[in-house]
Design a protein around this ligand. Sequence first.
Ligand code: DLL
Length: 455
Amino acid sequence: MSVINSDGPAVPPMFEPEAESMPRERLAALQQERLRGLVSRLLAAGGLQAGRLAAAGVADGRDVRLGDLAGLPVTTKRDLWEHYPFGLLAVPRDQVVAVHGSSGTGGRPTLVAYSRADLALWARMCARALAAAGARPGSLIHNAYGYGLFTGGLGIHQGAIKLGATVVPASGGMTARQVRLIADLRPQILTCTPSYAIRLGEALAEAGLAPGDGLALTAGVFGAEPWTEQMRARIAELLGLRALDIYGLSEVIGPGVAAECLAAADGLHVNEDHFLVEALDPVTGEPVPDGTPGELTFSTLTKEALPLLRYRTGDIASLRRGHCPCGRTLVKMSKVTGRRDDMLVIRGVNVYPSEVERVLLGEPEVAPDYLLVVDEREGRRELIACCERRTGRPPGPGDGDGLAAALERGLHDALGLRVTVAVLPAGSVPRTEVGKAVRVARWTGGDPPVPGLAG
Ligand code: DLL
């Protein structure tokens, strides 16, 4: 049953209201107690994190206060790589009931381990996210995140079951089959990457299925890659649903670390009763004030198999506290603007792909698929934004060149950087059917990474 609160909009019920709307002082007390438990478990397990804690002068978890967090040692992806596959386990190997992972940036796999209790926690976190999008027992959830080592498919799957919803394990790819399933089963909730939501939306439209006419989708829970407000508007238009963001990473648990609520849809509530969050200056490692973009850093307060203290994610976002019409008291993170290692440096200017996306998709004539080509041929370092004109729209004021020139001006104004825009024929920009969208390609010589891009 929906609740109408004083702010007006219908607010779907929370999956764990006591935890999600806990008064802040109680939450802080709970976090402190759990942080002490985490540090005690790490010290008892021995190994890398115990050694670092001892070096920092921490001999007993009971001595740690929440306010001391910034002085505790951090962990990074490198630590996971160097202790691959099971070097950071804090439970005996036979208590690990599942492993997951990601192909990861830099092509090196990251493997993570779950105890039975970790899997149960993960399911609850995903159930929270789905409930925040309006899913309830009996809701049909079409889950098009990939099933396998990737945490998206099985994480959302377990969350949907925990909630008591009906999950359709479509996994990624085989788009024609997905269209058929959506036409036949008429799900209310779609879960997949935002780039695949676009791909599915186009395929549904081609099959004659439109919002209100064959489609019954009310909300989508989209994540695993950065996406902008402009992309949100495109997805909503295409699929006739509320497009909500979900964030997570294998190292911390998978999807369900944070998720947006239907009531506000303007930032992701972090499940900070289990994942204590900080935003740090990526260079100095010092905490940044709320509202300032920083590197998200998580301490897994309750995880058993692979507990991590102050794990630096490389993801850049800002934190915000305060009232939310949904009633959750959990801190909000902004959309992730990019990863520290996704930042392009072009002639001394720092650019995140999402900043370019914002300008490109802010222009209604541009289709939602794009690729940024870093032209490094013969010592160059230029950025070329490859995009397409939206099909089925009446031609705008200019031809392809007019559109390109307008976008180049917009990019220059927004970024202070000259970017070449190539408006290519429909279908030129590669689409991602399975896995995460690739938004950047390097061009070091030979054929261009996108057919039709002039040399
Ligand atoms: O992508 C977990 C996930 C699955 C999240 C499904 C949401 C939905 P990994 O494969 O380990 O885990 O990749 C984690 O993906 O550090 C971010 O850089 C990026 N990422 C995840 N969610 C978002 C998001 C899953 N909503 C890495 N916005 C993270 C931006 C995201 N980036």
